[in-house]
Design a protein around this ligand. Structure first.
Ligand code: XIL
Length: 330
């Protein structure tokens, strides 16, 4: 039977997932399946600033180099996440970075990291989660050290530095919470669209929107028409779209596993069948491939204590209904 990466490729799309060094190194059975199923790997943590920067002047590329090597052995693409984020900053950040040196530190970081993998990256999440309209700013940007020290232009400075460091990677603005037909979803769509429009009008080299797509296992709040419109509005700015961190939380779903798997699968299918109608979409990545390794085990543990089932493969690496649903959507 055909793998997901083959099914996606047959439609001109890329399918893959997040994983990380410790997992792929210590779980060879999983690493082997991952290589067969995925056409692209994004490191879940090892390319974040905290993982890469032991001191303000040094880089530790050992683990990310190992991951690049793994992708090359499996004939996969490699994707970067993330150069500029408010979260997972190194321990030295707080006492070292200030308004005087922040631009140099950010640009040196981007040049060091994107430069290291120049020509080898499919795409980079240059800026991650810069929008958070509930922080009380009129432009809807999130309070972060980068914003505090550099003002809203930090986004533009980051994209320009990334384009210089790696002219070949697709440069992505990545964010979450845009998919639902709620006040929150509506606000995020509006603010993100305005941000992208402003960046494009200034000639900033942003080339794609990454939509994380951490979904909840119920589709009642999803409005296909409004979402289609958002995707096509983004595309009309000349941007590609990537689904970058897809998973389906089953925290709120019934205990019965078969029932839960059906709802999770339906959530995947309802979402992806809308998303994949948009020609600007070029890639779909799950945030993890198997329920054996998922950040949701801790973050969205079920009240009944049963293990979470958010991903296409179960803990024994058997494909679930979710796998079939994703395959059908391709
Ligand atoms: C998460 C990882 O999955 C965790 O292992 C880590 O501890 C925290 O970060 N949005 C993002 C990702 O952009 O970087 C986050 O990844 C999940 C939410």
């Amino acid at each position: 039977d055909k793998s997901m990466r083959e099914r996606a490729a047959a439609k001109g799309l890329i399918y893959g997932a997040a994983s990380d060094y410790a997992i792929l190194l210590k779980d060879p059975e999983f690493a082997d399946r991952f290589g067969k199923e995925c056409g692209i790997l994004v490191p879940e943590g090892m390319l974040k600033m905290k993982g890469l920067r032991p001191t303000p002047t040094t880089f530790n590329f050992t683990r990310s180099d190992w991951l690049l090597d793994y992708t090359q052995k499996h004939n996969m693409l490699f994707r970067g996440h993330t150069l500029v984020w408010h979260n997972l900053l190194p321990d030295w950040f707080k006492e070292t970075v200030n308004a005087q040196n922040a631009e140099k530190i950010m640009v040196d970081h981007i040049k060091g990291v994107a430069g290291r993998y120049a020509g080898k990256m499919h795409s980079w999440d240059v800026v991650n989660e810069a929008v958070y309209p509930w922080d009380g700013r009129s432009d809807g940007l999130r309070n972060s050290p980068w914003l505090d020290f550099l003002g809203p232009d930090y986004i533009e400075i980051a994209f320009r530095a990334a384009a210089e460091a790696d002219p070949n990677a697709l440069l992505v603005y990545n964010d979450n919470r845009v998919q639902y037909d709620t006040r929150e979803g509506e606000t995020m769509r509006t603010v993100i669209f305005k941000l992208l429009e402003r960046l494009k009008s200034k000639g900033v080299p942003v080339q794609a929107l990454g939509i994380q797509s951490h979904l909840w296992g119920d589709e009642v709040r999803f409005n296909p028409e409004k979402y289609r419109k958002f995707l096509s509005d983004v595309a009309s700015l000349g941007l590609k779209i990537l689904i970058t961190e897809l998973d389906v939380t089953d925290l709120n779903l019934p205990q019965d596993e078969a029932e839960r798997d059906r709802i999770v699968a339906k959530t995947y299918e309802d979402y992806l069948s809308v998303v994949l109608d948009e020609p600007a979409v070029v890639a779909v990545l799950n945030w993890g491939l198997s329920d054996r390794h998922t950040w949701l085990s801790e973050l969205r543990a079920r009240p009944d204590g049963s293990p979470v089932r958010p991903l296409p493969f179960d803990r024994d690496l058997k494909p679930k209904l979710a796998w079939n649903a994703i395959a059908r959507a391709f």
